[in-house]
Design a protein around this ligand. Structure first.
Ligand code: C2E
Ligand code: CA
Ligand code: CA
Length: 421
């Protein structure tokens, strides 16, 4: 059981008296002191208004009167933000939908649990309370980010404040370092190292994306020359924005720079998001066809998140498919995600495309992808993005760890006991 701090004031909302009393009993055993009960949504909302100190709501979905889904909307509409645990006996796909709805509404969800509740499940959901409160405050601060201006972007370009970080990709077949993805960072003189989420929109709005694309290409080529000179014959993936793909001169510029660098084009993979493919299809297709003819690799990024994604695969001469982390993360625990992941892998195999899974965060994610026959993985479980000069050292320190991960499952049990997951 968790040793974390358990919230003390809890509201249990359920139309079944038996279920309610069972949940109350579990909460008491976990150390809650003030437990309130409601039989349906209206009553729950009234109680929350009357007692704003209630910290957590354990919410059933199916109830006469106002149901659980309506309660979540009502909480948001009224600006109330208790943490919520959804508890329902309904099928898991419905719970997944409610979970994703809750998250997009901005509800502080501690967990979505299938009934009958167990003490352990409830303990681990309630145990997330402190972290969620903390993350909430942190997230608000992080999301606000610093105020940045177009002038600062111009200065940053001139003074070379933008730099490239590289995140490794490794092969699930043989544990080889198969390449890296270049990700832009801004070394801001006062705000420190900024992530793309804080400034790429501004860069795009102010028409500075072509400059960033070319800069990232140059930094990646330079780094690649360095790695190749050191005997690390890896390729680099570069992200291309929607806007840059609609520029017919882009292909010429890229081809020219790469030729001048002496790096063969097959070491470069261009990552294109599916939404990018929807703008100016004719120009985009022309640009991509030319790059492919010259030997560049093309990758469909964030696969599975755009619309009509399967159709896009027939429109792009791509060589790789990058499955979005939304399908990867948690697929080992969610049967629906797993089915979507399997079907993405199946499509890729039939179209003869290499598949890279992004957002691999845990050993479970890694093991599932291996079992499903995915080609390569990228994610925090392997490594976070790092400066180019750190890569060689990282690889020499981690190569063995990666190799060990490819040993059959039984190896880990023998090494670390049956608790290893
Ligand atoms: P992306 O192309 O999907 O890149 C992957 C993002 O996921 C990166 O975020 C990376 O740090 C993050 N990531 C990697 N492994 C994990 C993991 O295991 N878990 C989680 N939660 N995240 C992981 P980053 O660097 O913040 O970049 C965000 C997005 O900004 C990129 O998403 C890409 O769309 C865009 N971007 C980054 N660099 C460039 C660039 O040079 N040019 C363009 N046009 N877009 C860029
Ligand atoms: Ca990418
Ligand atoms: Ca991606």
């Amino acid at each position: 059981m968790q040793s974390s701090i358990i919230p003390k004031r809890i509201l249990v909302v359920d139309d079944s008296r038996v279920q309610r009393e069972f949940a109350v009993e579990l909460c008491l055993r976990l150390g809650a002191t003030d437990i309130y009960q409601a039989q349906e949504g209206h009553q729950a909302i009234a109680l929350l208004q009357e007692i704003p100190l209630i910290e957590v709501v354990i919410l059933d979905l199916e109830m006469p009167g106002m149901d659980g889904v309506q309660v979540l909307h009502e909480l948001v509409r009224l600006g109330m933000d208790p943490a919520v645990i959804v508890a329902s006996a309904r099928e898991s796909v419905l719970l997944t939908v409610v979970e994703s709805m809750g998250k997009s509404l901005g509800v502080k969800l501690l967990g979505v649990l299938q009934k009958p509740l167990t003490l352990d499940q409830l303990a681990s959901s309630l145990g997330r309370f402190a972290a969620v409160q903390h993350r909430d405050a942190f997230q608000v601060m992080a999301e606000m980010g610093p105020e940045l201006t177009e002038h600062e972007v111009m200065v940053a370009l001139r003074e070379q404040q933008f730099c490239a970080y590289f995140q490794p990709k490794v092969s699930l077949q043989d544990g080889r370092l198969s390449g890296v993805e270049a990700l832009v960072r801004w070394k801001h003189p006062t705000h420190g190292l900024l992530q793309p989420g804080h400034f790429l929109d501004l860069v795009e709005r102010t028409d500075n994306m072509p400059a960033i694309t070319m800069l990232m290409l140059d930094l990646s080529l330079r780094q690649c020359q360095q790695w190749h000179a050191e005997g690390l014959m890896i390729g680099v993936s570069i992200n291309l924005s929607a806007r840059s793909l609609a520029d017919s001169k882009l292909a010429d510029a890229i081809i020219e720079r790469v030729a001048a660098s002496g790096i063969a084009p097959h070491y470069l993979m261009l990552e294109i998001t599916e939404s990018a493919l929807m703008t100016d299809l004719a120009i985009t297709q022309g640009t991509l066809a030319r790059l492919r003819l010259k030997g560049f690799g093309l990758s469909v990024d964030d696969y599975g998140t755009g619309f009509s994604c399967m159709l896009q695969l027939s429109r792009v001469p791509c060589s790789e498919l990058k499955v979005d982390r939304a399908f990867v993360n948690g697929a080992s625990e969610n049967v629906h995600l797993r089915i979507l992941l399997e079907s993405a892998l199946d499509i890729a195999r039939r179209l003869n495309l290499k598949v890279v899974a992004e957002g691999v965060e845990t050993h479970k994610d890694w093991a599932l992808l291996r079992e499903l026959g995915c080609d390569e993985v990228q994610g925090y479980f392997v490594a976070k993005p790092m400066p180019g000069e750190a890569l060689l050292l990282w690889w020499s320190a981690n190569q063995q760890r990666i190799q060990k991960l490819l040993k059959p499952e039984g190896f880990f049990r023998r090494m670390f006991g049956s608790g290893f997951s």
